[in-house]
Design a binder for this molecule. Sequence first.
Ligand SMILES: [Zn+2]
Length: 720
Amino acid sequence: MSTSKRSLKGFQKRKREMKAPYLGQISLFWCDYCNAPLLDNIECDICKNKGHKIPVSPPGDIRPAFADDYITLWKCIDKLFGKRVGETLLPTSKIALLSRIGGLDRTEEVIVDGKIIGILQFNILINDFEFLPKMIGGIFIFKIQEALNLLPKKHIILNTDGIPFILNGKSILAPGVENYSEDIKKGDHCLIISKDNPSGNSQCIAIGVARENSSNFQEMLEKNYGELAKNKAHLNLSTKNENTNIEFDLNQKLYDSNDDFEQINKLILLSLKQAYQTNYQYLQRKIKKSLKFIKRTIEEIKKPVAVAYSGGKDSLGVLLLVWKVLDRNFKIFFADTGLELPEVLENVQNIAKDLKMESNLIVESANDIFWDLIESFGPPGRDYRFCCHSLKAQNIMKIINNIYGGEKVLVFLGQRQYESLNRMRSKKVYVNSFIPLQIAATPIKSWNALTLWLFILFEPVKDFESESLLDVSITPLYYKGHERLGCYLCPASNLSNFKLLKTSHPKLYERWFSFLNSYAQKHKLPKEWVQYGLWRFKQYSPQWKNFADSLNILIDYNSPDSSAPLNLNIAKGFSQNSDSDFSIKGKFSHTLIIDDFLRFLPALNKDFHWDEVNGIIDINSEFKKKPYSLKIFIDGSFILNSKEKEFDFYKLTELLMGTVSRSLYCNNCKTCVNVCTQNAIKSESGKIIIENDKCINCYDCITHCPFFQLAKKAIENVNF
Ligand SMILES: [Zn+2]
């Protein structure tokens, strides 16, 4: 059927586009004189020199490393390469940056001394972080090991014959190896060392990934046969041209990461301040541009102004910018999802106090709604986020309705394009159909995380009246490894976040994971579904599908139970019945609960005839200005006819399926009440009522129903 093929093509196109991770311009430069980052190809504001470009991988949302990041890196590096190596490579006196890249879980490039020295990644199989050195990182680590007189760790030492092969990218084979350290485990990233290079010194010339444990190496050397390690990276022209004469302070004070946390963080922030100075004018330009946007938008929109504050860094940035424009003449909205970390709630109150805006702060809490919703929705997923709409959007709508009596409000948001594809594509001013009363504006859309951090950490905040400097509270969780705040059980979280939550907030962790465990038990889902966070998806991306397949994890979501998802079978596909009549026949997997179905049907079509005796609903109407007839039977089957070949059978069937799922699963989450711009939907004694005379059949309430996402997905797999 042509229409379904069209939408299928559209779907595949969308899928392809999702692979492109470029979310914004990636620009990171480094001033080698000041050993500090430059946010663009600019002159350093301290020494007036230009920097060199750092080839950061997309999406390029570079952020500063904080105390917990340093400590994690120290531990990972020391574990592999020896005590003190991590802290010598990455002392608190140097700025370290992290840049998120693609991966199953948290995966970040580590930048220090103007080089990408390696990758910090959370390995979900071992439930811990690991450090994977890049070539330049290997060179530095080896230098430090030698300078600290450490015993060789994770070394494979080449003989003279082996060196040229490795420099040509060949594997590390037994005939080219002279010796090795005995601590190597299969899969380890090892330093491949040449002893006899022209300068006479030992040098790390490659990074290898061990094929075997080193206990098996001796046999390989004796037989003079076998591959010890795969060549992951080796010295080449570009690494040879890089400046490797970095100074390492071998006598610096070492910190006890547990006891000295505050001290470590203080020193790191002190170092980071240098980046504020090297980028000073760039930052001022960036700030000025955003302030101009805020002023212009306020003038153009002419509505009351608010900032949606979340306790996170992005909305803090926006709050401070709007403050610079309006003084205290705006409101601060905080939509508490009921799933916020206590430090976040505290920060919201602190910020209002810091800015002397307590009376401008409006908090609306969803309390325990989430825990009611999951009883019928199950856990939320990255591709199934009923929670954002039901919790966040409803709270904001409530606030706007209460304070402004249904008038539209201009709300500044801290969204940034580097966060996701959706955010990159959204306009700088827009109305989200889930919150029709909110005109959203995004003044820091083009900022990367480093720009934002330098602004909120170091740009002075002045009181308008007294001109005195204000101290602005930043949620300390950021320094403690929480790279993202928000609902603590958000399906967008990495497993590294949940590991952290387990120790930082054990009670919250326990509540969520006991729900997941009992849900898994009830639905006969394997333990890996909880363990590897597979609950975070309704449908797996290829990456996650491969992961699940590699562990032989089979998940059958269609296990029969009362809450089994609605499915559709097309009994007779798109066909021409007579010269002038096209039709499809289908049957839903569930029989209709007729009273509920009739309650929701008006949103699809108001002119229907209900034949109670025979259990048939008859509709003769138009869809997208083309006539059709539809018979729906109480057993869940239907026949859809049109005389027009170009009739959009697919879309109408999708809306019908959405209406059936609403009628079966509606749990009164009220998302539809909020999205209706006509005030045609109300909730009365736990039931959704659609008022016929007000409804304009825009279908927004059908397509915004959380269950519509599932219906839509089910229908994508149906063969029309
Ligand atoms: Zn400089």
